[in-house]
Design a protein around this ligand. Structure first.
Ligand code: AMP
Length: 395
């Protein structure tokens, strides 16, 4: 994809409206994880160092109309601290206050608009609302990968009002990382798919089948496959209605010369909690009153060979109930293997929800090549969809 990135433009003397994703977690009026704000820093700094000014816009939470608890006031101090500069805050989004503050904005200054989702027009993708937003600035930058799969006013609709519209650094990095796996991945290419349900991963499996050489299927998903092949999975999580689809996937993999690796042994428990007593069983013969909770030792040993032999790795979904420390071993070991393979030269992309949480929990985020910031956006990209926010920048 040919991307019009911010490095192809000089923002001197320009007011640039930047869609960022500052939807950060807040507890007792404190931002508990500022990584999304940090992720937007490079883009903002480039615009400011060119001699331009930034108007930042984001959503925060899911307000129904104006809600003081989800006001940008809650994150204002954190944004200033991360950007190491004074940030002007507007009391509204497209009202008199923001219009006046945008008008008076000087080169080098940063303005943060109030929460976009205080207006229902944002998620409705309202044209007039997008036009009002656009009238605040000369240029548009989208750096919010996390919402690029939504055709909202600020992420998609607004782009049509600008001649000068660009991919921010973060958006560019996200798109390039996905392309590095899906379009130009060095073989052998491995996808590790885990998580609870096969049903939510089918579009991804179908799309990656033409690209990858190996698929490791772990976690709750694996039991539907094992049952489909005649295994006894005890009370493990299973989607019976997906059994025919699982068999189809296995057939397609054979036709495409894609090797599927399933766990061979699993750590099981009689109850779904961290303190439950655990026992390891062959995945094809789990007793009735036990459920599979984590990948077993032999499974990880077998996965090790595949992971260390791969030059490109995509990881989506944990291979066990990693939230319970006693059942997190398999996911942690697998994470360590992905890190080891990365240090041996492989490109590794971790994305989509819980695998990101797992990688962060085990402190591996700097030991893999790229950790995606977008949950749904990442999943839709892996399904092969072109995201509306990205389409709007290239058309
Ligand atoms: P997903 O959102 O589909 O990627 O699923 C992530 C969830 O799958 C995590 O919360 C894990 O705890 C859960 N999970 C992984 N393995 C299992 C398993 N064997 N049984 C039940 N849940 C699992």
């Amino acid at each position: 994809m040919i991307m019009n990135t911010i490095y192809k433009f000089n923002f001197n003397n320009k007011k640039t409206i930047v869609r960022v994703d500052f939807n950060v977690p807040i507890e007792r009026d404190k931002v508990t994880d500022n990584s999304r704000i940090v992720a937007a820093k490079t883009t903002i700094e480039k615009i400011i160092s060119d001699g331009g000014s930034c108007i930042l816009m984001s959503h925060l939470g899911r307000p129904q109309g104006h809600d003081n608890n989800l006001s940008m006031q809650k994150i204002h101090a954190e944004v200033e601290s991360v950007l190491k500069t004074k940030v002007i805050l507007s009391r509204d989004v497209v009202g008199n206050d923001s219009i006046m503050k945008a008008k008076n904005l000087s080169n080098g200054q940063v303005l943060l608009l109030e929460n976009l989702r205080f207006h229902k027009e944002e998620t409705e993708g309202d044209l007039a609302f997008a036009k009002k937003l656009s009238s605040l600035a000369d240029c548009y930058v989208n750096d919010a990968f996390g919402t690029a799969h939504r055709a909202h006013a600020s992420t998609t609709i607004i782009a049509q009002f600008f001649e000068n519209k660009f991919f921010g650094c973060l958006l560019e990095k996200e798109v390039k990382s996905i392309e590095k796996v899906m379009k130009s991945g060095e073989k052998p290419i491995l996808a590790i798919l885990g998580g609870a349900k096969i049903s939510s991963k089918i579009p991804i499996i179908n799309n990656i089948m033409d690209v990858v050489d190996h698929i490791i299927i772990g976690g709750g998903m694996s039991f539907t496959f094992v049952k489909a092949m005649g295994g006894k999975i005890g009370s493990s999580i299973c989607e019976d209605e997906m059994i025919p689809i699982a068999l189809e996937i296995l057939d397609r993999a054979k036709d495409n010369n894609v090797k599927i690796h399933l766990p061979t042994d699993v750590v099981c428990a009689k109850e779904f909690n961290n303190e439950a007593q655990s026992k390891q069983f062959d995945i094809y013969s789990i007793p009735k009153d036990y459920e599979g909770m984590d990948a077993g030792k032999n499974s990880i040993e077998a996965f090790k060979k595949v992971v260390l032999n791969s030059n490109t790795i995509l990881w989506n979904g944990p291979v066990g109930v990693f939230e319970f420390s006693n059942f997190s071993h398999g996911t942690k070991e697998l994470g360590n293997l992905v890190a080891q393979s990365t240090s041996n030269g492989a490109f590794s992309l971790v994305g989509g929800g819980d695998s990101v949480a797992a990688v962060k929990k085990f402190g591996l985020q700097n030991k893999v090549s790229y950790v995606s910031t977008g949950g749904g956006a990442m999943l839709e990209s892996l399904e092969g969809k072109t995201l509306p926010g990205i389409n709007a920048l290239i058309s």
